[in-house]
Design a protein around this ligand. Structure first.
Ligand SMILES: [Zn+2]
Length: 297
């Protein structure tokens, strides 16, 4: 497995040294450059971290936002910087021409109905894909003039155990399945938490899991679905990396080329506070950081 142009390569190299394998880092880097340079020269995908589980993903002219607008960090999670929020609402670069926004679930650290309505009113070329619960919250605060807004809204009323949905558009392939929120089976079972698998321009596939519970049982039922498409970049909540089931899901149940943990507590922005079991894991901890990655479709 080759990870192209990613800081995680350095972390992997460190782990390889720790295991005592005598391979010079410079040789490994050279191999990565040769392989990536020959097989993925045309790819140019990028992810930018906004905060908590908010990201922007771009491939060429196609641009999507996932969980970008929320108004509550519960005193534990980072908020999207005010200047970034202002640029998203205004459609200023790099947030100009956003094709679609995705919402994993309607909790306050992922979604604000007020903010989303404001964005959809301002950016009339942007579509929304969200759980029906989030769309219901949006409708509650909307006015009589907002009919054109809802022409661009797709509400997904998916329940646990239901078949994944697939929506094919000109530049986006949107697939979604309900994965229970963390806390299952005793808490937050009423929340529609969607894992979106989104392919940009038939090239780059990202998986955003919302606040998915890290148990294999949720992924076993749709074995074929999870195996049918390689995932160039998975964005699991960080607790997947601290769970045997979570690691198995990412490594064995799906064809994931690289994963970055999100939803980390604010305290992780100080490396000293990252728990031992997460050291060496690629995590987004600072709003504004980003990575390039290569599409494989
Ligand atoms: Zn949540």
């Amino acid at each position: 497995m080759i990870y192209c142009k990613n800081p995680a390569d350095d972390k992997r190299s460190v782990r390889i040294h720790r295991r005592g394998i005598a391979m010079k880092k410079s040789i490994l880097s050279l191999l990565i450059i040769i392989v990536c340079g020959t097989t993925h020269a045309q790819s140019n995908s990028r992810i930018q971290y906004l905060a908590n589980e908010g990201v922007m993903v771009t491939h060429e002219q196609t641009k999507i936002l996932i969980d970008p607008l929320f108004d509550n960090g519960f005193g534990r999670y980072q908020m999207v910087p005010e200047e970034v929020r202002a640029a998203i609402f205004a459609g200023d670069a790099p947030f100009d021409g956003v094709d679609a926004v995705f919402v994993s679930h309607f909790h306050g650290d992922h979604f604000s109905a007020e903010d989303m309505l404001r964005l959809l009113r301002a950016q009339t070329g942007t579509r929304l894909y969200a759980p029906a619960q989030a769309v219901a919250a949006l409708r509650e605060i909307s006015g009589a003039d907002d009919a054109p807004v809802f022409d661009r809204v797709t509400g997904l009323d998916l329940g646990y155990g239901e078949q994944p949905v697939r929506i094919d558009t000109e530049n986006l392939l949107v697939e979604a399945v309900h994965i229970p929120h963390s806390g299952w089976p005793t808490a937050r079972t009423d929340v529609q938490n969607l894992a979106f698998r989104i392919t940009l321009n038939n090239n780059s596939t990202v998986l955003h899991m919302g606040d998915a519970d890290a148990r294999i049982v949720h992924f076993a039922a749709d074995e074929q679905y999870w195996e049918e498409r390689p995932i160039d970049l998975a964005l699991p909540p960080y607790w997947f990396f601290a769970s045997d089931d979570g690691v198995e899901i990412l490594e064995d149940r799906m064809d994931v080329r690289h994963a970055i943990g999100i939803h980390v507590p604010d305290s992780f922005s100080n490396q000293a506070n990252v728990p031992d079991e997460l050291v060496g894991v690629d995590l987004f901890t600072l709003p504004g950081e980003g990575r390039r990655f290569e599409g494989s479709q």
